[in-house]
Design a protein around this ligand. Structure first.
Ligand SMILES: [Zn+2]
Length: 116
């Protein structure tokens, strides 16, 4: 499962951040997943739940925000937004499109609990 290695990398990043600020717990993680990122949100959630045990994030909530595909047509210059991966212009049917959004996989937000 491709998502498991993504989650492994994510946890490296999370634990590094938590350590830097002396956090004892990670309470919330928010990730933006573009429809063209190659990541299946449901599998990412499953991988996260498997991986988080015995980590600082064992009680963390994962929020996945799906980012639709936003493209601008090179023919008619109109914008097409899709939540599937059909790569054609909704206005003229052209496949000459410039992808603006929807390919990303971004760690958007992390909430930590810091021991005072
Ligand atoms: Zn078009």
């Amino acid at each position: 499962m491709h998502e498991l290695s993504i989650v492994a990398n994510l946890f490296d990043l999370l634990e590094e951040q938590a350590e830097k600020v002396g956090a004892k717990k990670i309470t919330l993680v928010k990730i933006k997943v573009g429809v063209l990122s190659g990541v299946v949100p449901e599998l990412l959630q499953t991988a996260f739940d498997i991986y988080k045990k015995d980590t600082l994030a064992s009680e963390a909530e994962l929020i996945i925000e799906k980012v639709p595909l936003r493209m601008v047509c090179r023919q008619c210059h109109q914008e097409t937004i899709r939540d599937d991966i059909i790569l054609s212009c909704a206005h003229c049917g052209s496949t000459q499109l410039e992808k603006k959004e929807g390919t990303e996989l971004i760690l958007e937000k992390v909430e930590l609990e810091i021991d005072e």
